[in-house]
Design a protein around this ligand. Structure first.
Ligand SMILES: [Ca+2]
Ligand SMILES: [Ca+2]
Ligand SMILES: [Ca+2]
Length: 392
């Protein structure tokens, strides 16, 4: 999404304006039985967070700091400071934990610019020790569309997403383009040795073929990966160029269609046959898309009934431009949103009535991450406000 920076500046200016006029207000929620509070403030352009336990949270700042929140207090000293390239959408972007290892996704300069996944041991303190380079991924030529979110599969493998980086290869459904190169792709990787997860859907001609790692390709620009805690299914969000931000169910071998298709293929003027159909891949339309591209970001399944049984295992999606939080119920099979929800006419949100029907809260100042806390409450990371909000 080209507009990340512009949006950020717009949001920051807007917040500044609000503060100058002394009308700065907390976000608001539609459900008056719920409340939202500022839990931690003082962060600078935070991109992702990770709960280590009931008392400790890691928060990434885009410029390279891994900050620690202990018992609700932001610690002055970063646990780790990475020398990142922070141009536009580059920077320190994603964090996950598998057993006693922490993984970070960051754009770095080492010879050239690249996205790198680092691996650390989580030591008492907490501290991050034994830094190693886990995996290198492309980061050029674009300064935007880096991806960077990490997630953990139900069977314990590491998911990562890298954006399309303005490349024109088979990853982008260009039939005569260069071979797959990890751009515009979601990978599933063994956290122990960075080898492809077993049973990955696509099989290359040789052991180094990038597609051995793929769960998905044809991804444009993603700021969100979420694993359904009930079914284990992976979902992503993607930003459109001018229209059609998407929410997708990522089945193994998923081809999201970029850069021939964004939103439903029926609106694109191409057919399945025009895409790069790698053996075992499947093109699918988004579960839902937004006709206006305003930068939807994280997707989280609230794995708790602390906000009320009706919200348990619902999908929540944030956005960057408005700081809105959207909510979706899933069907009983966990394969689709419940499109019978009042107000939603079809799979393309293209009017205010539809948008209002999925709106859960607003005023979060550009959301970059959503998490169910160990306490079962819902946490929202605000990029522009530098705040972790807590919904209870
Ligand atoms: Ca798509
Ligand atoms: Ca519609
Ligand atoms: Ca998240």
């Amino acid at each position: 999404m080209k507009k990340f920076l512009a949006y950020s500046i717009a949001i920051i200016s807007f917040v500044f304006l609000l503060q100058n006029n002394l009308v700065y207000a907390l976000p608001s929620l539609k459900d008056s039985n719920l409340q939202v509070e500022s839990f931690v403030s003082g962060l600078t352009s935070p991109t992702s967070m990770l709960f280590l336990d009931e008392n400790n949270i890691l928060v990434l700042e885009k410029d390279g700091n891994v900050r620690l929140v202990s018992n609700g207090v932001l610690q002055d000293q970063p646990l780790v400071t990475l020398d990142v390239d922070n141009k536009n959408e580059r920077g320190l972007l994603g964090v996950e934990r598998i057993d006693e290892n922490i993984f970070l996704y960051a754009t770095v300069k080492d010879g050239g610019v690249m996205n790198r996944i680092f691996k650390y041991s989580l030591a008492p303190g907490p501290e991050l020790t034994n830094e190693e380079v886990f995996m290198d991924l492309p980061g050029t030529p674009a300064t935007n569309h880096q991806g960077g979110k990490l997630a953990v599969s139900k069977d314990g493998y590491l998911y990562s997403v890298t954006g399309e980086l303005q490349r024109n290869g088979k990853d982008q459904n260009i039939l005569n383009g260069p071979d797959p190169d990890f751009s515009g792709a979601i990978l599933k990787t063994n956290p122990n040795d960075a080898s492809p997860a077993p049973n990955n859907p696509l099989q290359g001609d040789n052991p180094d073929d990038p597609i051995n790692w793929y769960q998905a390709y044809g991804i444009r620009n993603s700021f969100g990966l979420g694993v359904d805690p009930v079914s284990g299914t992976l979902w992503d969000t993607e930003n459109g160029e001018k229209s059609h931000d998407e929410i997708n169910l990522v089945s193994p071998g998923f081809n999201s269609g970029w850069k021939l298709v964004m939103g439903p293929i029926s609106d694109s003027g191409v057919s399945d046959n025009d895409l790069v159909n790698l053996p075992n891949s499947n093109y699918k339309d988004p579960i839902l898309s937004f006709i206006d591209s305003f930068g939807i970001t994280d997707i989280e399944f609230l794995s708790s009934d602390k906000l009320g049984a009706q919200y348990s295992n619902n999908a929540f999606v944030g956005d960057l431009a408005y700081g809105n939080l959207y909510r979706f119920e899933l069907n009983a099979e966990r394969t689709d949103f419940n499109l019978n929800a009042p107000g939603l006419d079809d799979r393309v949100v293209d009017n205010n009535k539809e948008l209002d029907s999925i709106l859960f809260g607003e005023g979060f100042g550009g959301i970059t991450d959503l998490k169910t806390g160990p306490d079962g409450l819902f946490y929202v990371l605000s990029f522009a406000d530098g705040i972790i909000y807590r919904i209870s």
